[in-house]
Design a protein around this ligand. Structure first.
Ligand code: UD1
Length: 427
């Protein structure tokens, strides 16, 4: 893994005026690998994951698992998790707080060991992250859950298969319910389940390990409980958010980028939107090519659960709108605080305003270079793309956020012809 430094005191200097051109391969999906690592808790022995991304969240998740008693080895793009017969059930508070995705150990721990204690994730830069639907799902399966000193505590004598209907197709709550139900007695049915490709990847791994899950990728997931799971080797699916970042970057900078290692169906709606703003899009079984010649045209975009436009690409949608011809309205339907990004775009001279879930953006031919702050992974990536469309050098601060989700961001931008440098912020 590339093991990027993750200091809060590092910035990227991005020189505007070049377009992104060339080919790039994407690594495995962040939002899959962290969950797959947690699933390894459910089977005694060595689970091997390949095509893992070299992002800082992977060693952070390894720490969470080590605190529970697993041995974790990271080497190149392979992560091996050796799970003992019995693991701890209390997630280390600090390791868990550092990594919001550590909530994904909840279902596996309750499923196999019938107890779990994890620190409640705090408020996030993109909005609050409550766990009420995770709790409700576990309660339906017969667990008892309560809050104690800032921790979510779950316990069960025996998990019994049950039906549960989510009021919203939450990715995390779907994962918690399904992973907990795998070793429950009897059959469980989850309605209004999330349909994200990462959910399918987790269910594929579980089925390879001996689980009986059907319907992953549809609204209804059925889980027939089994006695136990055995460890396997599994390849992580390509990262659709990273892939779409480069595709959208190609459109913003009027370039020509081919992304390999991604199933185009994972970003179908994004590609449809890029076609609509003027891009020429070609796809193959595991690649996409996106070319843009003139200025993109404005387009209204709203984020929705999969297969809709992903909230994780909302900052890129705003960055794209900022250089498009005309006025765009971007509607955020998932995370209320995700419009912090708009303030940073205003620093870059964009005429933008927000009202509740909506942001109205008037596009400009060229942006003003400025010093801007990344508030989360995707906002950081969006700011770099915006910087590539500015008149001079833009400094993007707090790039440790970007390192949490992109394996080698600087290397990738440079490989595509962009000018970017990692520097100390206080130099
Ligand atoms: C996952 C992704 C994140 C992505 C999001 C939506 C990971 C590590 N993160 O986050 O990158 O942006 O899906 O695609 O995979 N909610 C509740 N109660 C709950 C659970 C969720 O109210 O118990 C709300 C959330 O506050 C949010 C919405 O449901 O407004 C969607 O959240 P969810 O789909 O659960 O996202 P995550 O799994 O946290």
């Amino acid at each position: 893994m590339s093991g990027n430094p993750t200091s809060r005191e590092e910035s990227f200097l991005v020189t505007g005026g070049t377009s992104l051109n060339g080919e790039i391969s994407v690594a495995g999906a962040k939002n899959s690998v962290l969950k797959l690592m947690a699933v390894a808790l459910m089977a005694e022995g060595r689970t091997t994951l390949t095509n893992c991304p070299g992002i800082s969240d992977v060693p952070a998740m390894a720490e969470v698992l080590r605190h529970l008693g697993c041995e974790v080895e990271i080497s190149g793009d392979t992560v091996v998790i050796d799970t003992p017969a019995q693991v701890g059930h209390v997630a280390d508070d600090k390791a868990a707080q550092r990594l919001r995705a550590s909530v994904c150990i909840l279902g596996p721990l309750v499923g196999r060991y019938h107890r779990a204690e994890i620190a409640m994730p705090g408020g996030d830069a993109i909005g609050s992250r409550p766990l009420n639907w995770h709790q409700n799902g576990l309660n339906r399966l017969g667990a008892r859950t309560h809050m104690d000193h800032g921790r979510l505590v779950a316990e069960a004598d025996q998990l019994i298969g049950a039906s549960y209907e989510l009021s919203f197709p939450s990715v995390g709550a779907t994962e918690t319910f399904v992973t907990a139900a795998v070793l429950a007695k009897g059959t469980s049915v989850l309605r209004n389940a999330a349909r994200e490709p990462e959910i399918v990847d987790i269910c594929d791994l579980l089925n390879e390990m001996g689980a009986r899950i059907s319907g992953a990728g549809t609204h209804t997931i059925t889980v027939e409980g089994v006695e136990g799971l055995t460890p396997v080797t599994h390849r992580v699916i390509g990262d659709r958010i990273v892939s779409a970042t480069w595709a959208m970057g190609a459109v913003m900078t009027r370039g020509d980028v081919t992304v390999r290692g991604i199933d185009p169906m994972f970003i179908h709606v994004v590609l449809e939107n890029l076609r609509a703003v003027g891009a020429d899009v070609e796809t193959g079984t595991d690649w996409v090519r996106v070319r843009q010649t003139g200025r993109p045209t404005a387009r209204d975009i709203r984020t929705l659960p999969f297969p809709g436009f992903p909230t994780d690409l909302q900052p890129m949608a705003i960055a794209l709108a900022s250089v498009s011809e005309g006025v765009s309205v971007v509607t955020e339907n998932l995370f209320e605080a995700r419009f912090r990004f708009v303030e940073e775009m205003v620093r870059m001279g964009v005429d933008a305003e927000t009202d509740g879930h909506h942001a109205k953006i008037v596009g400009r031919e060229q942006l003003d270079s400025a010093t801007v702050w990344a508030s989360d992974i995707r906002a950081g990536a969006g700011l770099v793309l915006a910087g590539m469309c500015a008149d001079d050098v833009t400094e993007v601060c707090e790039v440790f956020h970007i390192d949490r989700g992109y394996s080698d961001f600087v290397g990738d931008v440079r490989a595509l012809g962009g000018q970017i440098e990692r520097v100390a912020t206080y130099r």
